[in-house]
Ligand binder design. Structure first.
Ligand code: AHQ
Length: 235
């Protein structure tokens, strides 16, 4: 059977799921209900730094993208997170997740809990979007191909094991169940359209691999700062 170039390119992108942060030990323990209140709070406060930077990452892609058709769809991501006149948006929903987990809005906004490795990984992602060719930055968002399964698993775990968190605080993850597939479908369309040569395709896979490293190193830093009861951390 001749595997078309397109099929092997998509396979190479999807193979990056093997390195997705759903496989990180911290997420495995989270999804088995094994995290303490402090570990959940540390994860929520650190992930807030990622969430509040996503619109700036997407705005960087818009700024670099010459294609109006791409931009008019890509801009939805900024509205999803920053909100609009009618919708509060994902950053507000994440703040409510934090409040449901016992954090104050102030301690999320002032980044007092953000550990260096999370800051560096997130800043590297924003800088990547600002400085790399815009199609490579689009390709780096394709980790969202793998997000829906993780969101569903996480939602089920929070509802089952972390009942001390008001379920209303989980609205963010419910929204991602539909936003992530919509976003990754568009990103895949753009990458398939613009990455035709072997070099372009290799760079798209490398961009997705870089983003897996961003997400993985964030989890390493959070895991190190908020170890389980069986390990001493540095906090
Ligand atoms: O909540 C997440 C989110 O808003 C985004 C934007 C997207 C991007 O543009 O890179 N990636 C992403 C992700 C979010 N949540 C992560 C999670 O595990 O909760 C997953 C992450 C991603 O898969 O890249």
């Amino acid at each position: 059977m001749v595997v078309s170039e397109t099929e092997s390119f998509i396979e190479a992108l999807r193979a990056q799921s093997q390195r997705y942060h759903s496989r990180h030990p911290f997420h495995a323990i989270m999804n088995e209900g094994g995290l303490s209140r402090q570990q959940i709070q540390g994860w929520v406060a650190n992930r807030f730094y990622y969430q509040e930077n996503i619109p700036r990452k997407d705005a960087a892609i818009l700024a670099n993208c010459p294609d109006r058709e791409v931009r008019r769809r890509w801009i939805r991501r900024i509205h999803d997170h920053d909100g609009t006149a009618d919708e509060e948006g994902g950053i507000e929903a994440w703040l409510r997740l934090g409040e449901a987990a016992g954090l104050t809005r102030e301690e999320m906004w002032d980044e007092r809990h953000v550990v260096p490795g999370v800051r560096f990984a997130v800043d590297a992602y924003v800088t990547f979007a600002r400085t790399r060719p815009w199609v490579e930055a689009v390709a780096s968002s394709l980790t969202e191909l793998f997000a829906p399964d993780l969101m569903a698993e996480r939602l089920a775990a929070f509802e089952r094991f972390y009942t001390w968190i008001d379920p209303a605080g989980l609205a963010y993850f419910r929204a991602r169940l539909t936003q992530a597939p919509r976003d990754s479908e568009h990103a895949l369309e753009v990458v398939m359209e613009h990455c035709r040569t072997p070099d372009e395709q290799a760079r798209a896979v490398a961009s997705l691999s870089f983003k897996n490293d961003v997400l993985w190193s964030m989890m390493d830093s959070i895991d190190r700062a908020y170890p389980g009861s069986n390990r001493q951390g540095n906090n």
